[in-house]
Design a protein around this ligand. Structure first.
Ligand SMILES: Cc1cc2nc3c(=O)[nH]c(=O)nc-3n(C[C@H](O)[C@H](O)[C@H](O)COP(=O)(O)OP(=O)(O)OC[C@H]3O[C@@H](n4cnc5c(N)ncnc54)[C@H](O)[C@@H]3O)c2cc1C
Length: 279
């Protein structure tokens, strides 16, 4: 294994251009699992962990900027993230255990592109923007366009994730909800993971709604059919039942070692129902 260490962004981009086959290394909690299995033998690793600027989280006029190297711990305790984007703080709190949260980064979570990435439903409903950088320049990719499939992103050759931009919605949602369902309360990969934002009018009609589920398709899914069905409707049992009947159009869970398709469908339905019925 060959290790390249970048001291700053310029050096990282220069090295990545020269060694386009290199695997970027952030916290290593995903990548280094391959060490024991021999998957990293003969590989070139580009260590980004010294890019201190990329670990920063800062409040912006529009919301919050989270550098790609910000750890899940830094995110879950950050006052601006907690107050303005609570679902992201909550989801970071559920990742692995404290050691993984201290080491694992948001950029690594996204680039790893697991269908079960726990930050993804929150990033989906907050409609995050992913900022990328390469030797050729910078790009902003809507979160909805960052995944190409299981463990696949739309990052281009030589491109790194620099950070994540979160914009505060123009009106505050009246309800925000996050739930992760795994085998245990901690150190468990999701069977299903949910995030939702709801805006209700005074007469209880739905002004706007954003719902997302992870671990139920090749990558995180916004529940577009359910959202459309509920928008403009009074949030009553009839409207909720009608909307939930569309669930199978929005998600496509499978049987795997962690769960079954049927269980994931049932739990997803229950998570949405309890979010919509919460007071
Ligand atoms: C015991 C254990 C429990 C876990 N539990 C959970 C869990 O509950 N929920 C969950 O979602 N995840 C979990 N994970 C997975 C992992 O911890 C997270 O995905 C973490 O956020 C990865 O971040 P990292 O910095 O460690 O990434 P790394 O391992 O450094 O990198 C991961 C991937 O991203 C690429 N990469 C890293 N940074 C960049 C960048 N800036 N630009 C482009 N590519 C980049 C790497 O090349 C690699 O392919 C767990 C892992 C372990 C080992």
């Amino acid at each position: 294994m060959k290790l390249l260490t970048a001291r700053d962004e310029r050096e990282a981009l220069r090295l990545y251009k020269r060694y386009p086959e290199a695997l970027p290394l952030a916290g290593g909690t995903d990548l280094m699992v391959g060490w024991n299995t021999g998957r990293l033998n003969g590989k070139t690793i580009l260590d980004l962990s010294r890019l201190k600027d990329w670990a920063r989280i800062r409040e912006t006029p529009m919301g919050v900027w989270i550098g790609a190297l910000a750890t899940h711990t830094a995110i879950r305790v950050h006052p601006a993230v907690k107050s303005r984007f609570p679902l992201l703080a909550e989801s970071s709190e559920t990742i692995g255990g404290r050691q993984i949260q201290n080491q694992g980064t948001l950029g690594g979570n996204i680039a790893n592109a697991s269908p079960a990435g726990d930050t993804f439903p929150a990033l989906a409903v907050y409609e995050a923007k992913i900022h990328t950088v390469s030797d050729a320049g910078r790009r902003v990719v809507p979160f909805s366009e960052i995944f190409a499939g299981v463990k696949q992103t739309t990052l281009q050759k030589g491109e790194l994730i620099e950070g994540v931009e979160l914009t505060t919605p123009s009106t505050e949602p009246c309800r925000q909800g996050f739930r992760k369902v795994g085998t245990r309360a901690a150190q468990a990969i999701s069977k299903t993971v949910f995030a939702g934002l709801l805006w209700l009018n005074k007469d209880r009609t739905v002004d706007d709604i954003r719902l997302a589920l992870g671990s139920v398709a090749t990558s995180v899914r916004r529940l577009e059919h359910i959202e459309t069905s509920l928008t403009g409707q009074k949030l009553d049992p009839k409207a909720i039942t009608r909307a939930l009947n569309l669930l199978s159009r929005d998600i496509h869970p499978i049987d795997d070692i962690r769960s079954t398709r049927d269980y994931r469908m049932l739990v997803s339905r229950n998570l949405i129902t309890s979010f919509l019925n919460a007071r």
